[in-house]
Each structure stands twice: as structure tokens, then as C-alpha cells.
Design a protein around this ligand. Sequence first.
Ligand code: PNS
Length: 168
Amino acid sequence: MSMRRAVYPGSFDPLHNGHCEVIARAAGLFDEVIVAVSTNYSKKYLFPLQDRLEMAKQTFAALRGILIEPMGDGLLAEYCHDRGATAIIKGLRSSSDFDYELPMAIMNRQLTGVETVFLPAESHYLHLSSTMIKEVFTLGGDVSDFVPKAVLKKLQALGAPEKEIPQG
Ligand code: PNS
């Protein structure tokens, strides 16, 4: 039987517990889940790509069936096609997430036939976004309940927060 592979794409700037929970559930549905860390050159990131990859690798090191890869800055649908993935995983926190994701899901399917599987976010993590994590951290708040240990370490290593919050 062929392997069922899915891609979970994102900036992960930084990865947070809402992402991790969706990744863990996706890993239960597919043989392999590729966490594809994107680079969008028009975006200003808090963490460079290497750090975003490293935080995800450390977080999922003990879990089989979860791969961490750079996605590059090309089309997601092409990346999925090249990697033999039949599905894109997206977590949904709200109807506005759905409104944003639906046209992309349709376009991605029309481009290469890749389907999008939406997983409802766990209610405990409905409020989380990387932007909010960065804002709370930058303003001196405690984010330790919301991010994996590897991310907390990297945030702490940034030292005194600067009061400029990259979006995304
Ligand atoms: O975590 P983010 O920044 O919301 O992730 C966005 C991502 C990487 C999923 C999105 O920007 C994306 O799909 N980029 C790939 C470019 C692409 O395929 N664009 C056409 C979408 S139909």
C-alpha cells in the first residue's frame, strides 16, 4: 500500500502549542506529516529560517512520522506534488480562518490535485497565533504555557525584548 503523506505548511515564527496539537493529530491520520517551514521574502520574521526549522526539529525529535523541512518560497501545491503528498493540513480556529483558507484550498486542488484537510483547533488553543505570542513576549508577558520548550529557550535567548513585533 502506498504511503499517505500530508504537508502542514506555515511560517512557524514561532511554532506554538496550537500548531503542535494539530501536527500530533495529523500524525495520527497520515503515515507521514511534513512540517514545511516557509520563507516569504516580503515577510519580516522574528526568527531566521534555520532557527524556525531547528525549533520544530527539537520539538518533534522523539515522534516518528513527523518530518521537518524548508518549503522554500514557491507554490505550496507544487511542493506537495514534488513530495508525493496528497493532502495539506490546516488548523481552523474560527470562521475567518475558514474564509481565508477556502479559496487557497480550492486553488491548490486546481493546481495539482492536492486536497486540504481542515482540523478544528482544540478549544484550549483557539486564541493562539504566532503574532500574539510575539506580542505578549515582546511586552514582557509569560508565554511558557503556549509554546514548546525549544521555542521558549530561543525566545529567552533573544534577551531583552525589542518593542517591534513582526507580523505572521
Ligand atoms: O504561517 P503562515 O505564514 O500563515 O503560512 C502561510 C503559507 C506558507 C501556508 C502560505 O503563505 C502559502 O501557502 N504559501 C505558499 C505560496 C502559495 O502556494 N501561494 C498560493 C496559495 S493558493
